[in-house]
Design a protein around this ligand. Structure first.
Ligand SMILES: Nc1ncnc2c1ncn2[C@@H]1O[C@H](COP(=O)(O)OP(=O)(O)OP(=O)(O)O)[C@@H](O)[C@H]1O
Ligand SMILES: [Mg+2]
Length: 270
């Protein structure tokens, strides 16, 4: 169980997160939604301590994450795999080595620089690649893969750390629809098969509704919606996105005339 107690983060006197309290049960697939600047990335970054919260507390299975230092903090970061929009792979290195980089914390920087990877670690990396349908690409340079394949390599790199939680910050924002589906399906498989909790920032409401069991809507650093995709009503969408509400609805919904029902509410909101 991941618990956030009254979490807050201030940058240069401006609040990016305000009084965020959440309980996230193991195995949940959470979508974090909201406009640009709402605090979605800051929330994920506080959880893996890339950013130190200004207020409040984060606990995981009773351990106070906010107080971790040194090796305990490195171990925590390894156990919550972070996936970014830009993949963050080393393009010139082969796929296998990129995946093994996920184990630097466990193997040590020196051995990794010498590429003296233990055999069992190589097997582990191959298994992770296989799970993501990438075993055939193990020897190829990462930069030769498609965006969706590269993102799945990044997921494999976090998978070999045995993550308890995956924090994905707009993992499909730079992908075409086919690769988007492959990456979202891969996250769903890890969630369903391995029971890994996933927190995923998404700009697309359509994806959030299709893949997530719980949606957390953020606005100006606060949680203003917390519920199932079914509970996300048009009014809640207008509250979250304001004038951008129509833009975040998918093409199919617009084509079916659903967006028209939003227009009066938008005028009201404006
Ligand atoms: N390192 C930083 N220094 C200063 N301000 C920051 C920093 N990181 C975030 N902010 C500010 O905090 C607020 C929340 O930013 P955040 O990146 O969390 O939003 P977001 O919801 O992820 O937006 P987007 O959808 O554009 O990625 C914004 O006002 C942003 O300018
Ligand atoms: Mg962001």
């Amino acid at each position: 169980m991941l618990t956030l107690h009254h979490l807050g983060k201030t940058f240069n006197g401006k609040p990016a997160l305000q009084d965020v309290s959440l309980d996230i049960a193991d195995g949940t697939f959470v979508g974090v939604i909201g406009r640009s600047g709402a605090g979605k990335s800051t929330l994920l970054r506080c959880i893996n301590r890339l950013v130190d919260p200004s207020h409040g507390r984060i606990a995981f299975d009773g351990t106070d994450i906010t107080r971790l230092r040194g090796k305990a903090l490195r171990d925590w970061r390894a156990s919550c795999g972070m996936i970014f929009q830009q993949f963050n792979l080393s393009g010139r290195l082969d796929v296998m080595t990129n995946v093994l980089m996920g184990r630097i914390n466990a193997i040590g920087l020196m051995r990794s620089l010498l590429e003296a990877w233990p055999e069992d670690e190589k097997m582990r990396a191959l298994r992770a690649l296989d799970q993501l349908d990438l075993a055939d690409f193990a020897g190829q340079r990462a930069e030769c893969l498609s965006g969706g394949q590269q993102q799945r390599v990044a997921i494999a790199r976090t998978l070999i750390q045995n993550p308890r939680i995956l924090l994905a910050d707009e993992p499909v924002a730079s992908l075409d629809p086919r690769n988007t589906q492959a990456v979202m399906d891969a996250l769903r498989d890890l969630n369903k098969v391995h029971g890994i909790t996933v927190l995923c920032n998404l700009h697309s409401l359509d994806l959030a509704r299709n893949y997530c069991s719980r949606l957390i809507g953020m606005k100006q650093g606060r949680v203003v919606f917390d519920g199932t995709p079914e509970a996300l009503t048009d009014d809640a969408i207008v509250d979250l996105y304001g004038l951008e509400a129509n833009d975040v609805l998918d093409v199919a919904e617009r084509a079916s005339g659903r967006a028209k029902t939003l227009t009066p509410a938008l005028e009201f909101a404006a």
